[in-house]
Design a binder for this molecule. Structure first.
Ligand code: BEZ
Length: 211
């Protein structure tokens, strides 16, 4: 199975927006690839509708979203009409039609002890180097929290650029922690001119540096 830091496998597959060559389609963007159990199911309808509504949030972060189920393209097209109607939005990202399970096998999206044939609710955040940076897997009965996905992307994009990590329940704009490996006081002053407070020598909080 795929682990953090692995290269997201490339593939070519049909989708509601035509044939997708995954790495080429990602280009220099971040990606969110997420699977759902089946078309015309209630929780999935709300998940895809909500993702469509987050279009601007994804765009601000340079992220492209792409969904997947093992249903064929014509089913996706019919279901998209329902999503648009019931969720008051327009689906603005491709849904992979993985009827031959090519991508499901590559990304280990079918968990036979949960369900023999349907994909689970897995989600991968992929960075511009095509590395997997987040994986989550939810059961079919629980819709995902897409605000949490945006929060993790904010954290990844911040911590890639500054020597910080984000504490429990962090939200964009909150204090962050200075990475424990950074010890040199001169470097700390240079990197964090707003200063920091040390709760413990290993727990040093500083205002979010890109604010
Ligand atoms: C749903 O999306 O609503 C769903 C899909 C599969 C099993 C249970 C619920």
């Amino acid at each position: 199975s795929l682990r953090l830091g692995d290269i997201a496998p490339d593939f070519e597959q049909d989708s509601s927006a035509g044939k997708i060559r995954f790495h080429e389609w990602l280009g220099d963007s971040w990606g969110v690839l997420f699977s759902h159990p089946a078309d015309f199911t209630p929780v999935c309808t709300t998940e895809l509708g909500f993702t469509a509504k987050l279009k601007d949030e994804f765009a601000q972060r340079g992220v492209k979203a792409i969904a997947l189920s093992v249903d064929p393209v014509d089913s996706h097209h019919k279901w998209i009409e329902d999503i648009n109607e019931t969720q008051n939005t327009r689906v603005n990202f491709p849904i992979l039609a993985d009827a031959d399970r090519k991508v499901s096998d590559l990304y280990d999206l079918i968990h036979p002890n949960a369900n023999d044939t349907l994909t689970v609710r897995s989600l991968f955040v992929i960075d511009p180097n095509k590395k997997i940076r987040l994986t989550i897997t939810y059961p079919a009965s629980t819709g995902r929290n897409f605000h949490e996905i945006l929060r993790v992307i904010d954290s990844l994009q911040l911590t890639d650029n500054y020597k910080v990590a984000t504490p429990a329940n962090w939200q964009d704009g909150d204090e962050v922690v200075i990475v424990p490996s950074l010890k040199d006081e001169e470097e700390i002053k240079r990197r964090f001119p707003k200063g920091y407070r040390a709760v413990k020598p290993y727990l040093r909080l500083t205002p979010q540096p890109n604010r």
